[in-house]
Design a binder for this molecule. Structure first.
Ligand code: SF4
Ligand code: SF4
Length: 366
């Protein structure tokens, strides 16, 4: 880990610990106040606990142009980025966090091209451009074995990779195996996640996209989170329909997989579109330029995945179905491949930090 990043995080936290003006803004300041000095472990924990609400940047009398040049959101984001690299599994993939936006874009383009070309090669253009209706229509374009087995294998790899990353981050932020077993702490951390509690900036919202307080980022983030969960639920229900009820897709508009998927897709569209709009409007001074590409690439990929899924739903009875299915599968493939090596990991690692925070706060309350 770059000592420059750690030194800067240590410097800003040491100044804040003497000041404590921002203690009501988020979980970082109460956690900071439990410490007199900051080890590498402490700083990594605090960096992942920061939700980048920017409240402490606009409130700070020592922020630029003051000579102290205090920029907590940027210092925390830079350190967080280093913990992502350090916790990635396998370690050979840690370089993926550099130029992440470009790599995610290339992998997405490649995934779509590969799925389209393979479909054309093995199924022929008559199948790709033909009209297919009724149960099993999707499998007539991309066969069951090609659709299900590669994604099952990829899903296992993604879960293992994210799980290993979580364990690495948990250890490197000072978490113990005993704390990991605390049901009370998990309940608190899950509640914090479901409410996105620390995007409320102490009750008034984030200072995002500019210095004015606003809840808009929290609402868009909620839309992305719950949209993603609904799409996951839709895929799970469809899997049971297919394998237990022997009813392959596509399903009627009022079936559970379609209703859940449509609601999830629409929520994702609104959430990702809104977050991209805010990112375009945001004040860049508290941001770190190094992570901008990663944030944008992941959000755009989510947006295009949901958009292609919704278009597929609307146009599934037309000759465009085959091409749309191949493009949608290409987006999903890119999402799976890049999930453990991009912005998605912030959800997993922030959960680890919130869990540690719940353990610490519970000890303080005793
Ligand atoms: S960010 Fe500035 S105002 Fe807030 S606690 Fe730190 S030094 Fe004080
Ligand atoms: S940016 Fe927001 S979440 Fe991060 S330390 Fe500052 S006030 Fe806390």
């Amino acid at each position: 880990m770059s000592s420059k990043t750690l030194k800067e995080a240590d410097r800003v936290m040491t100044i804040c610990n003497a000041c404590r003006y921002c203690e009501g803004f988020c979980a970082v300041f109460p956690a900071m106040e439990l410490r007199r000095t900051f080890s590498e472990t402490d700083l990594k924990y605090l960096a992942n606990l920061c939700h980048n609400c920017r409240g402490c940047y606009y409130a700070c009398q020592y922020a630029p142009p003051h000579e102290f040049m205090l920029n907590i959101p940027r210092a925390m984001a830079e350190l967080r980025q280093e913990t992502y690299r350090e916790s990635s599994w396998p370690q050979a993939m840690k370089g993926f966090f550099q130029n992440n936006g470009l790599l995610v874009t290339l992998i997405t383009a490649l995934s779509i091209a590969v799925v389209l070309l393979l479909t054309l090669l093995f199924q022929g253009h008559a199948v790709l451009l033909g009209t297919h209706r009724g149960e099993g229509a999707f499998y007539r374009v991309i066969p069951y074995t090609a659709m299900v087995f590669p994604f099952m294998a990829l899903a296992v790899l993604v879960v293992v990779s994210l799980g290993k990353g979580f364990v690495h981050l948990w250890r490197s932020t000072g978490g113990t195996p005993e704390d990991l077993m605390s049901g009370t702490a998990h309940r608190q951390a899950i509640t914090d996640v479901l409410k996105l509690k620390y995007l409320d900036g102490g009750g008034y919202g984030c200072n995002y996209p500019d210095e004015r307080f606003s809840m808009i980022r929290r609402y868009f983030h909620h839309a992305v989170f719950y949209g993603f969960m609904l799409c996951l639920a839709s895929t799970t229900v469809a899997f049971f329909y297919d394998h237990l009820l022997h009813r392959p897709a596509p399903y009627p508009f009022w079936s559970w997989p379609v209703v859940l998927g449509t609601l999830g897709g629409l929520a994702l569209l609104v959430g990702t579109g809104g977050l991209l709009y805010l990112k375009n409007q945001m004040d860049r001074k508290p941001a770190t330029p190094e992570t901008l590409g990663m944030d944008v690439a992941f959000t755009v990929l989510l947006l295009l995945t949901s958009l292609s899924g919704l278009l597929l739903l609307c146009l599934r009875a037309t000759t465009l179905m085959g091409s749309l299915l191949a493009v949608h599968i290409g987006f999903v493939l890119a999402l799976f491949i890049t999930m453990p090596y991009g912005k998605f990991v912030h959800g997993v690692y922030r959960y680890a930090a919130l869990l540690k925070n719940a353990v610490e706060q519970a000890r303080e309350d005793i």
